[in-house]
Design a binder for this molecule. Sequence first.
Ligand SMILES: [Zn+2]
Length: 181
Amino acid sequence: MVQEDNPQDGAAARLHQLAEYFREHPVEGPVEGHSASRSAPAPLSLATLDHIQASVNEVIAHTRGANPEAGPAPSRADAVYDWCREHTEHADETVQQRRDTIEYRQYLEHALRAGDKLVIRKQRCPECRTWGLMWQRDMQAALCTNTDCVDNDGFSHTFTLARLAHEHVTARTKIRQARTT
Ligand SMILES: [Zn+2]
């Protein structure tokens, strides 16, 4: 059974947390002539800023691709998801599914970037449907820990966040269609 998304815990909420964190831990650029004596700026923060910008740009590109009339994107990073939904609500179903998949994948990405690996535990394995997924940072993939869930060569199945998001959105769509028919 796939749960409905919690509006309090979506991509927007997670991105907001990341942006807040970034504001509270700003990156200090190197100061001329003093850079060697200063403690190194936190690379996490710079990477997080890049991550936020890349995420927002992806949502904007998808929105404009679906609706060239969408107009200016919001200035607040976490407002971009509502803006995207608003301007794609009449788009065809594949566009909306793709939008939801991007948003859910970004939800997972934001959570992992904030150190919350539990979001992966809440996903069923797309192959064996059990709850034994574990995030493998070096592989940037979720690995199924079910020892029976292996490929033909005996290796554990692994899944990208895009695949998990696709599974989640597809299952959720099926539930909604079942309710309305
Ligand atoms: Zn599995």
